[in-house]
Ligand binder design. Structure first.
Ligand code: ADP
Ligand code: MG
Length: 451
């Protein structure tokens, strides 16, 4: 058996032993590099996988290999980078441990010329089935900017890694000598700059700045929906760059077809290259992200706690990080003795990650249910406290959970004025700052909403 066949044997046996998601996540991009002197070298795509293999799969792999190579004594896992030739990874292990101070320091190191933040790299971007299309597309763009996918349009929900991927792409492209002029911007920033340029009569300068780029990266392009002047400028900037084969990368919280109030000609430009989505990570990937982040931050948190966080926080990677920080801090203060239930409590604040799955109807029904009031009494003119309070909380939740406009919130409760809605939301928000029982109350209502 040659080493390819041998590895194939290992793969087929592993596939039977572990879950399909685990298998897909960890065994993609692996191979046997060499077998010599009773020692096998297994290639894995990154340092994180290396650690994971050594801790999780080593025994099994060893057993399977040993079944085929009788005198096998040792297995080493070696990082060789992914299958993307754009990223031949360094052979030496890059330090995953960085302390918090260094991270903060990096935070402020945004490059003035490119607006890129060096903390976002491909090395610290974890790839799983939820984002592999977007990742692969970005890698292709790095290899052949302006040639393969132009524009590259990445979309996905809040906190799933769009900005990270865009910036990592920019940082990688910035290492190329032939690309002098790379710029990352947010669509909102671009729009503000445009307004200033119009006011300050410096449009020529503004145009020159963006149309002379080698790579333009524009984040959160959905922002330009309904903004005619900005759309026009994006359109002309796009055309000017595109004609010169300059790479353009966009991100958005939704696909081009779903961005409201956007000109057709612009939409068709967005759709003219490659559109790749980023989904929400599955449990295994969430756990992988948590592990990577905690080692990056130099935190020492046990697997059970990480797995508990991964269970509670189901979507957003930003929240995952926030939850990790919070748990780490509390765990530290408590002498590393937190249990599962403690963690549940700590993670309450983060349950808002379920936000997207509710509707005004569900919120109002939950209020009706919890406070045992009639739907109609929420809309009545009555100012009785037993109705006013639930109504205010309902308004607050409609605003907080769904970001409804104040006029539309007022409208829902017997056509009240928007100022009433504003007043209610402010009042509840203020009270929440130091009213524990109200916090608890709202938490219960939320449980009903998202239950
Ligand atoms: P978005 O722009 O989609 O709202 P971000 O790119 O800001 O999301 O990501 C939120 C946080 O999660 C950032 O701190 C980012 O570094 C981290 N993150 C997102 N995706 C990944 C990933 N695949 N691997 C590691 N960290 C990630
Ligand atoms: Mg973003």
């Amino acid at each position: 058996m040659n080493k390819e066949e041998l590895w194939q044997t290992v793969l087929s046996e592993m596939e039977l032993e572990i879950s399909p998601t685990h298998f897909a996540t960890w065994f993609k991009d692996t191979s046997i590099l060499s077998i010599a002197n009773k020692r096998a070298e297994i290639a894995v795509p990154n340092n994180f996988a290396k650690e994971w293999f050594a801790n999780k799969y080593h025994k099994l792999i060893f057993k399977i290999l040993k079944g085929n190579i009788k005198d096998l004594k040792k297995i080493d896992y070696v990082t060789v980078g992914t299958s993307h030739p754009a990223f031949p990874q360094k052979k030496e292990t890059s330090p995953v441990f960085r302390n918090a101070n260094q991270l903060q320091f990096q935070e402020s190191k945004i490059d003035k010329k490119t607006n890129l933040n060096p903390k976002y790299t491909f090395d610290n971007f974890i790839v799983g089935s939820f984002n592999e299309l977007a990742h692969a597309a970005a890698c292709s763009v790095v290899q052949k900017p302006g040639q393969v996918y132009n524009p590259l349009f990445i979309y996905g929900g809040v906190g799933v890694g769009k900005t990270h991927l865009l910036q990592a792409t920019g940082n990688k492209l910035n290492q190329k000598k032939e690309l002098f002029n790379i710029k990352y911007t947010q669509a909102e920033k671009f729009s503000q700059e445009l307004v200033q340029a119009i006011r300050g009569k410096s449009m020529d300068k503004f145009k020159e700045k963006y149309r002379s780029l080698d790579v333009l990266i524009m984040d959160d392009i959905q922002f330009i929906g309904g903004k005619e002047k900005t759309q026009e400028e994006v359109f002309h900037t796009f055309n000017s760059l595109y004609e010169k084969n300059k790479q353009i990368i966009f991100s958005s919280d939704r696909p081009p077809s779903a961005i409201p109030l956007i000109e057709e000609r612009l939409r068709s430009r967005f759709e003219g290259g490659m559109i790749a989505d980023i989904n929400y990570p599955d449990f295994e990937t969430r756990l992988a992200i948590l592990k990577s982040k905690s080692s990056e931050k130099g935190l020492d948190i046990n697997e059970e706690i990480l797995s508990s966080i991964a269970t509670h926080i189901q979507k957003n990677i930003r929240e995952l990080e926030g939850a990790l920080n919070k748990v780490a801090a509390t765990n530290h203060l408590n002498g590393d003795s937190l249990g599962k239930d403690d963690i549940k409590i700590i993670l309450r604040d983060f349950t808002c990650s379920m936000k997207k799955t509710t509707t005004p109807k569900k919120i109002i029904e939950a209020i009706v249910d919890f406070y045992d009031v009639k739907m109609t009494s929420l809309s009545d003119v009555t100012r009785k406290k037993e109705f006013v309070r639930p109504r205010q909380i309902a308004m607050y939740l409609l605003r907080k959970e769904l970001n409804l406009s104040y006029p539309s919130i007022g409208e829902k409760f017997g056509k009240r004025d928007h100022t009433t809605a504003i007043h209610a939301c402010e009042k509840i928000k203020k009270e929440l700052e130091n009213n524990e029982s109200l916090n608890e109350e709202i938490y219960r209502v939320k449980q009903l909403i998202y239950g």
